[in-house]
Write a protein that binds this ligand. Sequence first.
Ligand SMILES: Cc1cc2nc3c(=O)[nH]c(=O)nc-3n(C[C@H](O)[C@H](O)[C@H](O)COP(=O)(O)O)c2cc1C
Length: 195
Amino acid sequence: MNICVISASMRGNSQSLKVANYLNERLKKLDVNSWVLDLHELKLPPYDDDETEAPAKDEVLKQLSEADGYVFVSPEWDGMMSHGLISMLHYVDTEMAHKPVMLVGVSSGIGGAYPIEQMKQMGPKNKHYVISPESLRLMKVKEMLNDQDFSETATDLYVKQRADYALKVLVEYAKALQNVRASGVFNPDEFGSGV
Ligand SMILES: Cc1cc2nc3c(=O)[nH]c(=O)nc-3n(C[C@H](O)[C@H](O)[C@H](O)COP(=O)(O)O)c2cc1C
């Protein structure tokens, strides 16, 4: 079972990357082969239909192909989901089709809901991936997920438990959707655009 955790902040030393690294560690505790794809580090150019060379493109598509599921960790910037994530999705063909995605919205304040709702809209139709119903909204993120303390005194204990729960659900969706892909029913040549 392979899960790719995408850190979708476009700035260095981001809270989204901190969260992605935390979730990656928790996935490893579930015996999942997981890794972090950091969109800031990747430097994938904004998609322009191949006018600009994008050396990172092959690597990102390889990693997306190898994964059985994904976590999208998007910051809320100006009330919006990550523009880098939207751009990355333009590069995708069928690599993510019929695989599950867990959504995480990140805010240093009391936001985080907008990126979750926007990520539900942007991508699944034509990229054919499946959104897990168990998302994670991280408000006041600087106070969250800074350690692996699961004691009763940990102030973010509920968030940590909720994160573990959402990851476990994601892994079960990833197992179940392998059957959908193996069935051969997916027909992107005829029905490439969803409705
Ligand atoms: C350009 C910019 C716009 C932002 N706009 C919002 C916003 O609309 N709502 C919000 O809750 N936080 C906003 N923030 C703060 C982020 O929530 C904060 O930076 C948080 O750490 C997540 O972003 P990061 O993963 O890049 O660190 C903004 C940050 C930046 C850099």
